[in-house]
Write a protein of this length. Sequence first.
Length: 323
Amino acid sequence: MLKSLFFLLSLYLCVLGFQNPIKASDGSDPFMVYHEGYYYLTTTTWNNIQLTRATTIAGLKAAQPKVIWTDSTSSRCCNMWAPEIHWQDKEGSWYIYYSAGSSGTLDNQRLHVLKGSSNIIWDSNWSFAGRIVIPNRDVWSIDGTIMILDSTRYLVYSSWDGSDQCLWIAQMNSATTVGNAVKISTPTLPWERVDSNVNEGPAAIYHGGRTWIVYSASGCAGTGYKLGRLELTGSNPLSASSWTKYANPIFVGANGNNEPGHNGFFQSPSGNQIWNVYHASSSVPSTCDGKRYTMIQQVNWNADGTPNLGSPRPLSDNMPEPV
Ligand SMILES: *[C@@H]1O[C@H](CO)[C@@H](O)[C@H](O)[C@H]1NC(C)=O
């Protein structure tokens, strides 16, 4: 009796659905993962790392975030950006990858890692697991994400090369150590060079045996922020020539949701759907701050097997819960 009541209730909640945004402020650089009955959401809040969790997207909108990390160590106290939660199979632990640096400047941003103490994300106490030192270029680095290919793991992140902020890849030797980095994308196309020359916020997506890196292009302040993509078309991900950039962006502003970007991908509870979580701004030009809100929508697939992210849907849309 109780069981069927719960079933009916969850069915009702699914039909009811939700409306974007799912986080109305401090929704920048979002990342989500679904694990053991809960969605987990993290975003950039600058001074700390916060997690929010709930069993439904509608529930996530109402849930209180929990601060899981602050740090007074001067080299990584501040500008905490773009946390991502990743399970590392070899270590059998959850890790949070994030960017941070020192007070009063953005020039010292580096990649850092926290380790969870429990297999349940929410129950974890988080401890500092290390800074990711890139052997061949220990310089400004942000937006680390994990790409997994045939059970080999790679770190993909963003770092400057001259006046271009580029994407780089390195093979991981452990959850916190990597080999030398190789540059796989430079902002060369006009739509990657609006306000500033930027490729950042990489996110891997896999489908039908193919792998893409979706990334954010152009300056986050201004009118040009959007998503582009690379596809792994060669065999060695550590070779720049293995990556092919698509000539056109894959996701641009629409319906009052401007400068959409810095996305992540997460699987629905059944594992049968992939959803895009990203931030957008109501203002033009947009600003690189906490006014950006978090949105989600389902990823579809084109007849040729490529991802179709659509365009940012109106905030007035009632969307069904992921299934
Ligand atoms: C987290 O830390 C508290 C306080 O030390 C401890 O009681 C608890 O068992 C820890 N939880 C996990 C899952 O490690």
